[in-house]
Design a binder for this molecule. Structure first.
Ligand SMILES: [Zn+2]
Length: 252
């Protein structure tokens, strides 16, 4: 299982969004934002938005150090804006989070000015990795496929898909570090795959290896049908009968 060691819960009970009590009917994806506010970290942002009259809300703020959770993951929040072409909002379907930006740059028309990608490479890598971990954690929790179209998108893609307002984040920033959303989605998928490999109990002890290889090759051993052979789990009466039946079918 993916764990978030640096997840800090600070529920935003003073924000108007908290008080509307509306939940997501289902979690269908994750919308990635960046704050476009240089030098304000996740903890500070989270504190700033914990009051009435903000009219914005995200599930989490992420920086190089921490992931600050502000709402239960199933709460409907206010992050996507409104798409003028369709009238739709990813607020109704997607969890939203903001990646905080390092200091030193300014903005002109949605573009970063005087951003220093060399100086802030390590900040970016740490914040990016936190965002990858976060998305993998959410995908695992809600059984989402990060590579399925429309599941993990940034704000700019949300606009093109007709479910968000016209913003450029995070693609105003990621390319400075050689990243884009396709790479991001792939990184999330790779992490989930790695976690699955590590979680599966598929390595037999030496004495059993030959038999296990035979059982897998002949469909006698199928594990949980999701790739985990559960080699060291206890066997039940019904498991024993299933194995007997599979062997019987094999040799009859
Ligand atoms: Zn945004």
């Amino acid at each position: 299982m993916i764990k978030l060691d640096n997840l800090v819960v600070k529920m935003q009970t003073q924000n108007d969004c908290w008080k509307d009590g509306r939940m997501l009917p289902s979690v269908e994806g994750i919308l990635v934002h960046a704050t476009a506010t240089p030098g304000v970290n996740a903890r500070t942002f989270s504190e700033r938005w914990n009051r009435p009259g903000i009219e914005k809300a995200v599930h989490a703020f992420i920086d190089d150090m921490e992931i600050i959770q502000n709402y239960p993951w199933c709460k409907r929040t206010w992050h996507s804006g409104y798409n003028p072409n369709t009238g739709k909002r990813a607020n109704d379907t997607h969890i939203g989070f903001e990646i905080c930006e390092p200091p030193g740059h300014t903005y002109n028309g949605g573009q970063m000015v005087n951003y220093n990608p060399v100086k802030y490479a390590s900040y970016f890598n740490m914040a990016y990795n936190n965002a990858i971990n976060f998305c993998a954690y959410i995908c695992q929790m809600f059984n989402l496929d990060p590579l399925k179209p429309g599941v993990i998108i940034d704000h700019s893609e949300g606009y093109k898909l007709g479910i968000a307002s016209n913003h450029s984040d995070v693609m105003h920033w990621f390319p400075y570090h050689g990243k884009n959303m396709d790479i991001f989605r792939k990184d999330v998928a790779d992490l989930l795959e790695k976690d699955k490999r590590e979680t599966n109990d598929n390595t037999p002890d030496n004495y059993a290896k030959e038999a296990i290889d035979w059982a897998v090759a002949n469909n006698v051993l199928k594990g949980d049908l999701n790739g985990n052979y559960m080699l060291h789990s206890n066997i039940t009466r019904q498991d024993a009968i299933v194995f007997m039946k599979r062997v019987y079918d094999l040799i009859k």
